[in-house]
Design a protein around this ligand. Structure first.
Ligand code: SF4
Length: 389
């Protein structure tokens, strides 16, 4: 590749494998508001250098285990109240049946999602747990993960702020965990802001869980939510907060960039989703700040333009389900995997199926799970084709 010389000194340094400071990232963001060419070009070069010509996804089943939640985020339509038609409280039997169905659809990931410790707020949740033989949602998650694993799926749990001992138990069955940072700014937890009534979204609490996962050697997916009233600099700060933890523990396997979408039944129903240029610029900056990181955008949230994000640094589409809806964004159905494959190919990238743990993190996984992983994956760590269609 011929050497590209950019006007931006900082971007030239990134191409030469040097890190850039947060202040330089702020400047790059500001400059890219006038002209984004250099930033986008750099993100492309880095993406191709570290991630080659493929883009990955994970074929998943979404287990909406319980959607009662102790907290309230102003943008959330996932959370249910008792008596609402959207409430979900899956029994062990439901978990087993859905896992079996997922297997018939060639899914490999069991994504377990719950609200934040619903038993702390709702009698209904405590009764549901008791009926199933548990005293906490985390205890139930451990059991539900065992069921999914026994049915041949790989569990990945995203259940809010878990304790270190809960995560240590989940590590026995979960190949990775998930926890969106959302944003590292305390400002978003202040009065009138989206996390005002969600103590679990306090950045200190979230960063603590990410660090605990690092101490336990658990691969974890995290991410930022774009367009909820933050500033661009607060997103950049969030990327650096994730980077700092990853530098210490090396366990952050992926950063999701999720574009906010307003929901009719929420306080933020009249807030528009972020402009695509703003969204893309932050995605490209993330590639520049962490050149080797796996960076994901959900294709269903940018249904007409997702493939264009392949030219600003992303290398993953996250979990896509051929079977279950996206309960977090139920108005956005998943594109078919064939369509994603075609659109990726048109943009010059081959779609590959991965497990909910990226190949470069297999060494982190609990020893009991390594054999099952090796059985289902090829020499590069991607899902063997015979397990796909
Ligand atoms: S986003 Fe998560 S923590 Fe916030 S209200 Fe919804 S389920 Fe609860």
């Amino acid at each position: 590749m011929s050497k590209l010389t950019l006007i931006s000194e900082a971007l030239n340094r990134v191409i030469d494998n040097k890190e850039i400071l947060k202040e330089e990232s702020y400047q790059i963001f500001e400059e890219s508001q006038r002209n984004s060419f250099e930033l986008y070009k750099t993100s492309q070069i880095l993406r191709n250098k570290y991630k080659g010509t493929s883009v990955t996804y994970s074929r998943k089943v979404f287990f909406n285990l319980i959607n009662l939640c102790r907290d309230t985020c102003s943008y959330c339509t996932y959370k249910s109240e008792p008596g609402q038609s959207k409430i979900s409280m899956m029994s062990k039997h439901d978990v087993q049946n859905l896992a079996k169905l997922g297997k018939t659809h060639k899914c490999t990931e069991a994504l377990f999602v719950t609200g934040e410790r619903p038993e702390q707020k709702y009698q209904e949740a405590r009764t549901w747990l008791k009926e199933n033989g548990f005293t906490s949602t985390a205890e139930y998650l451990i059991h539900a993960s065992e069921i999914a694993l026994s049915e041949g799926l790989f569990p990945h749990t995203n259940a809010g702020n878990l304790t270190k001992s809960e995560m240590n138990e989940l590590k026995k069955t979960n190949v990775s965990l998930g926890l969106m940072l959302e944003n590292s700014s305390m400002r978003l937890s202040q009065s009138g802001m989206p996390h005002e009534s969600a103590p679990s979204k306090h950045p200190k609490a979230r960063l603590r869980v990410l660090k605990d996962a690092g101490e336990l050697g658990i691969p974890i997916t995290t991410g930022v939510l774009i367009g909820i009233g933050e500033t661009a600099f607060e997103i950049i700060d969030s990327i650096y907060a994730i980077k700092e933890i990853h530098k210490k523990y090396g366990h952050i396997q992926e950063i999701i960039f999720q574009n906010f979408q307003p929901k009719l039944d929420t306080r933020m129903k009249n807030i528009p989703s972020p402009e695509e240029k703003y969204f893309k610029t932050l995605v490209a900056l993330a590639r520049v700040i962490m050149p080797e990181m796996n960076i994901q955008i959900p294709p269903n949230l940018s249904p007409d333009t997702y493939a264009s994000f392949l030219s600003v640094g992303i290398n993953d589409w996250g979990g896509i389900s051929p079977l279950t809806p996206d309960y977090i964004n139920p108005e956005f159905s998943w594109p078919s995997i064939d369509t994603v494959a075609k659109n990726s190919l048109k943009a010059g990238f081959e779609l590959k199926a991965r497990l909910p743990v990226y190949p470069e993190f297999f060494s982190f996984v609990h020893p009991d799970l390594k054999y099952i992983i090796s059985e289902g994956t090829d020499s590069e760590g991607f899902v063997k084709t015979e397990y796909q269609k």
